[in-house]
Ligand binder design. Structure first.
Ligand code: NDP
Length: 509
């Protein structure tokens, strides 16, 4: 059968002649690794080396942690006023806007995502820096004036200290911006490790922080791998908390690694996010949202709408329409403005995606579209076809595990109870969606779904004001909203006696 997809061949946009060289930011200085080690990153779409990064070891990680600890403890940032911190965060947002094009291009070269979406990601990230600046000025605790005439109780919110920030490769600039500006707004110092696949936009952010005047040592960046950089960040006693976005497996390892020092751990992990489609839904809207939900960022998205649960009465119609619309989504060179879906992040990841599809077929599912690697003319990287797998049953790996690729699983239901039970059968609980023109149906589903976010008649909208995170194995803690700031704050209670009103415990005689 003819695939009949929409492909965007290689553009004539020039690739960098030489890889960009990036280094660690430690105590306000740009440093190579002590042993001179580096690692290369290839553009996943173009196959050429675009970045040569310093490869952090124990020495760099310990130096970064020491710098953050000292910067936090001496108050060079933590003791500034909210106004001063907010002013700096706003300056960073302006610098991000100024450099949007440069950051977006690097994001596209390292992550493989379409340039238009990189631009939108950088713009969205700048908004998070502005929102965190607003929070920095509204940060306050509580007072208790009804504890009796003799006592005034005051609850202070204090920065938790040194935050270790560990990020993945799928939205490198956005995810670091869901964490770092909130940590800085709270008054924390930070050590940041970007994924080894996408180091450069975090390095650019470090340059902008220095340009904006962030005191040295308040934000340190160590480039390199989970072992040893990430691991040391989660065990060192000088680190007070870890905030991590990535796989559930590594999330669990981090909780275990942080246990001996009882660090606070915030986790934003995977999902197996369903969109549930009732027969009375606006099917035009639902079909477009299904296609968006599964192919956005090539499905390499914690919020990927990787399964749909469709009422039997409309299942065949919805599946056929999703297949038809999938053929119109432009896959190809991420440097081309017209592209909607770019490359898969690595050959290993491509093989993992393909393994899930082959496994589903072996278990009895039917591939309705795609199901194999995609050749894009003129490009040397790896791409995967838009893929729709029908006849999926809840026991299949493709129905339960995070595929993290452009692969949709179609399941069916007859009753609300069945839809909710299929939704909640996953070990994940990040997000869920429901499509119905009946508000009662939407509300009943929204209340019954075990998920951190529920969308009704929409998918993957996001706002700085609204908290984001998961339940069950999708994580703990929340980012964004006021909760995103609270993650980086510790509570201190101050109890103040008014006058010499305390009853002696012992009679002094
Ligand atoms: P990982 O969870 O392995 O990586 C995320 C970050 O954690 C990277 O910076 C990584 O470093 C670091 N890391 C790895 N091991 C440790 C450790 N022991 N201690 C501390 N930090 C560590 O994600 P992958 O990139 O391997 O992706 C695998 C799967 O994870 C995907 O297929 C997807 O299912 C899921 N995922 C989910 C994301 C989400 O948004 N929720 C984002 C990305 C992935 P490095 O890789 O540089 O060595």
């Amino acid at each position: 059968e003819m695939l009949d997809l929409t492909l965007v061949a290689a553009t004539d946009a020039t690739l960098p002649a030489e890889p960009a060289e990036v280094r660690h930011l430690i105590a306000g200085e740009w440093r190579a690794s002590a042993d001179g080690a580096t690692f290369d990153r290839r553009s996943p779409a173009h196959g050429v080396v675009v970045t040569r990064a310093a490869k952090g070891g124990v020495a760099e990680t310990e130096a970064a942690i020491a710098a953050a600890r000292q910067a936090f403890d001496d108050g060079r940032w933590s003791e500034l006023s909210g106004k001063e911190r907010a002013t700096l965060l706003l300056r960073v947002a302006d610098l991000i806007d100024r450099d949007r094009e440069r950051i977006a291009r690097v994001e596209t070269l390292e992550a493989g995502k379409p340039i238009a979406q990189s631009r939108a990601e950088i713009e969205g990230a700048a908004d998070l820096w502005r929102y965190a600046a607003a929070l920095a000025r509204t940060l306050s605790g509580d007072s208790h004036n009804s504890l009796g005439r003799d006592i005034l109780g005051v609850v202070l919110k204090e920065p938790i200290g040194v935050a270790a920030i560990i990020c993945p490769w799928n939205f490198p600039f956005l995810i670091v911006s869901q964490k770092l500006p909130f940590a800085l707004a709270a008054g924390c110092a930070a050590v940041v490790k970007p994924s080894e696949m996408t180091p450069s936009t975090t390095v650019i952010l470090g340059e902008l922080l220095m340009e904006a005047g962030l005191p040295a040592g308040v934000c340190n960046i160590v480039l390199g791998f989970g072992d040893p950089v990430g691991a040391l960040m989660t065990t060192d006693p000088r680190v007070d908390m870890v905030t991590f976005t990535g796989s559930t497996g590594v999330g669990k390892a981090i909780v275990a690694a942080a246990a001996p020092t009882l660090k606070k751990v915030s986790l934003e992990l995977g999902g197996k996010n369903p969109q549930v489609i009732f027969p009375d839904a606006d099917l035009d809207g639902a079909v477009d949202a299904i296609v968006f939900g599964v192919y956005f960022n090539a499905g390499e998205c914690c919020n990927s709408g990787s399964r749909i649960i469709v009422h039997e009465d409309v299942a065949e119609e919805v599946t056929a329409r999703v297949v038809a619309l999938s053929r119109k989504v432009a896959f190809g060179d991420p440097l081309n403005e017209a592209t909607k879906v770019g490359a898969i992040v690595s050959p290993e990841h491509q093989a993992k995606i393909d393994g899930y599809v082959k496994g589903a077929v072996a278990a009895g599912a039917t591939v309705r579209l795609g199901g194999a690697a995609l050749d894009v003319p003129g490009l040397g990287g790896q791409f995967y076809q838009p893929t729709v797998v029908a006849g999926v049953t809840p026991d299949m790996a493709i129905a339960r595990e995070e595929v993290f690729g452009p692969v949709l699983s179609v399941l069916t239901f007859r009753t609300m109870e069945e839809a909710v039970s299929l939704t909640n059968a996953a070990s994940y609980g990040l997000s869920a969606g429901v499509w119905s023109e009946n508000v009662h149906t939407c509300l009943a589903f929204a209340r019954a779904a075990r998920a951190g976010t529920v969308w009704t008649n929409t998918w993957m909208d996001g706002f700085a004001e609204l908290p984001f995170g998961g339940v069950k194995e999708s994580g703990q803690g929340r980012e964004l909203g006021r909760y995103g700031l609270e993650e980086f704050l510790e509570v201190k209670t101050v109890q103040m006696r008014i006058g010499r009103t305390r009853t002696p415990w012992v009679a002094a005689g």
